[in-house]
Design a protein around this ligand. Sequence first.
Ligand SMILES: *Cc1c(COP(=O)(O)O)cnc(C)c1O
Length: 359
Amino acid sequence: MSQILLNPGPVVLSERVRNAMLRPDLCHREAEFAELQNTIRHDLLKVYPLPEDEWAAILMTGSGTAAMESMMTSLVPDHGKVLIIENGVYGERLTRIAEIHHINHQTLHHEWDEAIDLKLLEDELRYHEEFSHVAVVHHETTTGRLNDLAGIAKICKKYNLPILLDGVSSFGAEDIEFEEWNIIACAATANKCLHAVPGTSFVICNRNAFEEMQATPQRTLYLDLASYLKNQDANSTPFTQSVQTFYALSEALKELQEQGGQRKRKQNYWDRLNIVREGLEKKSIHALMQTKDCSCVLNAFHLPERIDYETLHDALKENGFVIYAGQGSLSQSIFRISCMGEIKEEELLRFVSIMGGIV
Ligand SMILES: *Cc1c(COP(=O)(O)O)cnc(C)c1O
């Protein structure tokens, strides 16, 4: 039985995206592949939209974490230092990447349920002149919090610090003001708000982002963004790409455009999440945060005291719905609902009514 996935990616595919993967087999060294790759790179820049002479979409085969790791390893020079803002699993993952690759960094830690403290950020930047970059997660999927990028960016701009953004669970749906927010790179993936399949991820990169990297030895073979960029600009690829997932992404980007683009998708997601929020509230299942602090992509809910997560999950799965657990210390206190992908409002109404029967 096919399941309705309410987890934050992979998503329920549309038939046209699924069928796109059945297109003819391709060699990644042939002209047809170069054309496919160019189309995707072009269409990705159209999502926000960004001028092609200043920005590049750099494609790789791997999940969203590959894009995060490539961004961090390829853009922070040895003579630089990145301030990593943490308020959840993914901010902490950025730090883990910096540790593993011996990238100069410092963390600005917050608990998982906290909003980023802008005053603390400002103090950190004011008293430490050595920073060259700030890295932060846009939508912290751990809790569903949409971090205040406008506020963070205002401070970063004052200190002339470019932002490395983990936009893995926001690209394609949330607003991202690349230029206004001083973003020089944004890591993202095909299988979340873009509604394609896992296997392709990418970094949207300002072409100037590499300027400071000349004196820094290459840190990774497979994830080196400069090599991908050089090859892709020359209609090539350094390594075999996942051709079928490229087909899916290309089709999903066409579908996004036809459906009205990023802003429309954001509105759709809110319409869907509001059905869930209002429906669950009526059954006394409360959202973790107010709407104004949440992303349109995923909201977290307090687990009702009378049921544990596994029981709830299994009962919903029997009815065709897959929900998502909290991570780490939140695993027994919250559950998460995402409404990305090909989901109809009737199905969400059915979900809410089934929840009512279980809890
Ligand atoms: C999903 C996600 C990632 C990437 O996770 P993968 O398991 O590699 O797909 C990174 N950052 C955020 C904020 C995410 O939601």
